[in-house]
Design a protein. Structure first.
Lengths: 228, 228
DNA sequence: ATTGCTTTGTACCAGACAGTTAATTATGAT
DNA sequence: ATCATAATTAACTGTCTGGTACAAAGCAAT
């Protein structure tokens, strides 16, 4: 399209920048796999949309599954780093919990590609995630955070005792995940009222209230339509 | 002199039973697509596991996508018929709601193939479900049932008013669906404690309590096994 | 400049797989 | 029995696609 005349004659000098090439491939591959799944994703398509060639994909990633595996790891890594940026430790427990729920809901909402990758990985029964060492580390952080919030809540007398942090995490994840993962079929069957701007903030509020409700001794404060 | 019929034992007389053949194909195709997705599912594999041949698949279903579409419709049909068997209309509203939640949880748990098909369909952004006329009918029933339960609860003074039936359905679905759809990745990251026998009944109970909690004026009845 | 390693491009292959052709056999109505 | 039609089979085809062979070019150290 825009070839520069004098630069054309043989081969322009290029800088070697393996990291950039790798990142570029990973980025495009992420989109492709998220959009079409592992078996549906096309290596040729990825190569075409990359600044480099198909050969490079195999050079850096070995084969299709290797590429997919790295895409998956990268996606988890990014999402985890987002979670760490929250600083909930100083906050009153019910505020912290609410904020965690809202953050998760919002985060998943903004990262449909991540959600789709996880869906796809579940279709494969976790066969590729299983091969990643990265995942072992991931459990600790999120759950510890929650355990801290819960025990502080129990200490200050607002939360029930004996509530499992893992259960609460499960609950927050389920509601936030489903909201993105099943949007297509849900809105086809029940209309897209849940997925408008207002619908989403109503759901976000509902998720937060639901979670609080299952750990608090009293009903959480009746929420009028308050937003920040 | 000429060959007699019984000389060829391989070829026995068969009765024409198109419906059985169709059903057989559909059954096998359901397993194949649920296991491997649309692009991952192999027509040859389906044919091999069927009592009939590949040509028949095309004879009855046109092409791969046609087959997939019918598998999907059939799956929804079955699940819907299960829902109709519940008779919640005579029950006290909080009992009815609890039973609906428990039923959904249990149903999804027992029908992982259905869950997987819905996941797969969501990966395809609902492109095939969209083509089905069947889905238009499906919304009414489940939601009307819920609306009835909710309004009876409001009338008898145990439920809050202004709660959306669709929201409650969304909530029940999300928790019950996620429990099956994300089992692989969740258990890889957080261990499989949630998915043992006890884990599952605890979750089922939690789902029921959660749902009740979000519609009831007071905390739902403190559960018997609760301890401090 | 030479050498040896890394990175990139081109062209190609072999197998897989959706879909088809054409012939064969059973069925059911007359 | 006959014939039109429905059901069935096996072999075939064209294309798509993951993966590779091979060679060339850049880079860094001598």
């Amino acid at each position: 399209m825009d070839e520069v005349a004098d630069e054309n004659p043989v081969r322009q000098r290029w800088k070697q920048d393996p990291e950039a090439v790798r990142a570029d491939i990973l980025q495009v591959a992420c989109e492709e796999f998220a959009a079409n799944g592992l078996s549906g994703g096309r290596i040729d398509e990825i190569a075409a949309r990359t600044r480099t060639s198909k050969r490079m994909i195999y050079y850096y990633f070995g084969d299709k599954e290797g590429l997919y595996r790295q895409v998956l790891e990268e996606a988890y890594r990014e999402m985890r780093s987002g979670e760490e940026r929250l600083e909930l430790e100083g906050l009153p427990p019910e505020i912290a919990l609410r904020r965690l729920a809202e953050f998760t809901f919002e985060h998943h909402n903004r990262n449909p590609a991540f959600i789709r990758l996880v869906m796809i990985e579940n279709i494969h029964n976790g066969a590729y995630l299983r091969q990643s060492k990265l995942i072992r580390e991931m459990n600790t952080r999120a759950i510890q955070l929650l355990e801290d919030i819960l025990s502080r809540g129990v200490a200050s007398g607002v939360f029930r005792s004996g509530v499992s942090a893992l259960d609460i995490h499960w609950q927050i994840s389920a509601l936030s995940f489903f909201n993105v993962s099943n949007r297509a079929t849900f809105s086809l069957i029940f209309g897209d009222g849940q997925f408008t701007q207002q619908g989403q903030s109503r759901l976000s509020e509902m998720v937060a209230r639901t979670v609080l409700c299952s750990v608090m001794l009293q009903q959480p404060t009746p929420q009028p339509e308050r937003r920040k």
